[in-house]
Design a protein around this ligand. Structure first.
Ligand code: GLN
Length: 285
């Protein structure tokens, strides 16, 4: 069999064992190997790969067959309008997290607002917001040093100058509220999976660090800390916006309420699952 594009694309049937979007994934792998876009692949089905390209393709294909996430194999993942470098030290950006970005942008904050993204990982949320609102001053923190390096790499690659990235375990290393350092918005996509959740043994999450995924027995350990710490760091009409599990809406709203938040609302993602809860420190007029 000759190693033409058309022939290699036929191997997508093998990938169906590990992926629900095998046809797309094999095109992305092949595009990556021959450095041409997917339209080019469709245009030149009889193009014959060189031996070293076939070898490289086979290596990547085998890694995917072993279950390694496509994003780690390609080294990047699209989120919002940007293509982020990713690695195994932190979470791969997920489409559902774009909901959090959308809500943050819809809050009608001032042009010069101060924002912080806690547990920024790749920088997904902070950098997406920075790209949309160049006048916002955005801080982004993480407690994993390799994640901070990755977020800095992405910030520099995108040429965003309004994001300050530094070490902090949630808000522990962030100075407390004073006129100069309070935030108009705190955002976070923290770990929120229950430590015994069987889904941790399936799919991409097996290859991602548990520090980015798991938060105690009920999955709420990180959210409890963030919600409790947030008011000390928010301006009087500041907002807190967090991502959480599909079945954690009630618990998260209750934590917001106990901490004194008002205007508490949970938003559903595209799969109609509860995903993001927002609250503000002041009640509506
Ligand atoms: N949404 C992710 C998942 O279920 C988890 C991300 C997280 O814990 N922040 O795979």
């Amino acid at each position: 069999m000759s190693f033409t594009i058309a022939n290699l694309l036929r191997r997508s049937s093998d990938l169906e064992l590990v992926s629900e979007s095998a046809a797309l994934e094999i095109e992305l792998l092949l595009s990556h190997v021959i450095k041409k876009d997917r339209i080019w692949l469709k245009t030149w089905p009889d193009f014959q790969l060189k031996d070293e390209q076939v070898l490289f393709f086979n290596q990547l294909f085998d890694r995917r067959l072993q279950g390694e996430p496509l994003a780690f194999i390609l080294g990047s993942k699209g989120f919002w309008t940007l293509d982020y470098a990713v690695n195994s030290h932190t979470l791969i950006p997920r489409p559902e997290t774009e909901l959090l970005v959308e809500i943050a942008l819809s809050l009608e904050l001032n042009d010069n607002s101060k924002i912080i993204d806690l547990g920024t990982g790749t920088g997904a949320i902070a950098l997406a917001l920075a790209s949309e609102r160049p006048n916002w001053q955005i801080d982004a923190t993480d407690a994993v040093h390799q994640a901070l390096e990755l977020a800095e790499f992405n910030r520099n690659m995108f040429g965003l100058t309004n994001v300050n990235i530094f070490y902090s375990d949630w808000l522990d290393s962030v100075s407390r509220r004073d006129s100069a350092s309070s935030y108009d918005l705190i955002v976070s996509n923290p770990p929120y999976i229950e430590q015994n959740d069987p889904h941790l043994q399936q799919g991409d999450v097996r290859f991602e660090p548990s520090s980015a995924l798991v938060a105690g027995l009920d999955g709420l350990d990180a959210l409890r800390i963030i919600i409790e710490q947030a008011p000390m760091h928010l301006s009087p009409n500041g907002w807190l916006l967090v991502e959480h599990g599909y079945d954690q809406g009630n618990s998260v709203r209750r934590l917001f309420d106990l901490t004194g938040f008002k205007q508490i609302k949970t938003h559903a993602d595209l799969n109609l699952q509860d995903r993001v809860t927002a609250g503000c420190l002041i009640a509506p007029p």
